[in-house]
Design a protein. Structure first.
Length: 100
């Protein structure tokens, strides 16, 4: 049900070293395990471009996960602490995802 998936979500709570991952993720047209992928593009820290990241549903782990572009085939960086329909909610390490 595409209407249930927000067009954008905001990730917050990453520490200073990963602060480029705080901010807006936009819903892609692609799905992963039947749910949309959310992508944070053009990620910069002090004007330096860093790896882009995506949020996906990981059905085998029953949670949402954060992936860096370089690591798509390997283990995800972190996961949500919930199995809700959207990535909105509490994540590991004090990170949250909210609606804009």
């Amino acid at each position: 049900a595409k209407s249930e998936w927000p067009r954008k979500v905001i990730m917050d709570g990453h520490p200073f070293a990963l602060k480029g991952w705080n901010g807006e993720f936009k819903r892609e047209d692609r799905l992963h395990d039947g749910r949309p992928i959310y992508r944070r593009e053009d990620v910069k820290v002090y004007g330096i471009k860093i790896l882009e990241v995506e949020l996906w549903w990981n059905a085998s782990e029953d949670c949402w996960v954060l992936h860096r572009d370089v690591d798509k085939k390997s283990k995800f960086v972190m996961s949500s602490l919930h199995s809700d329909l959207t990535p909105v909610g509490r994540w590991e390490r004090g990170v949250t995802v909210a609606l804009p």
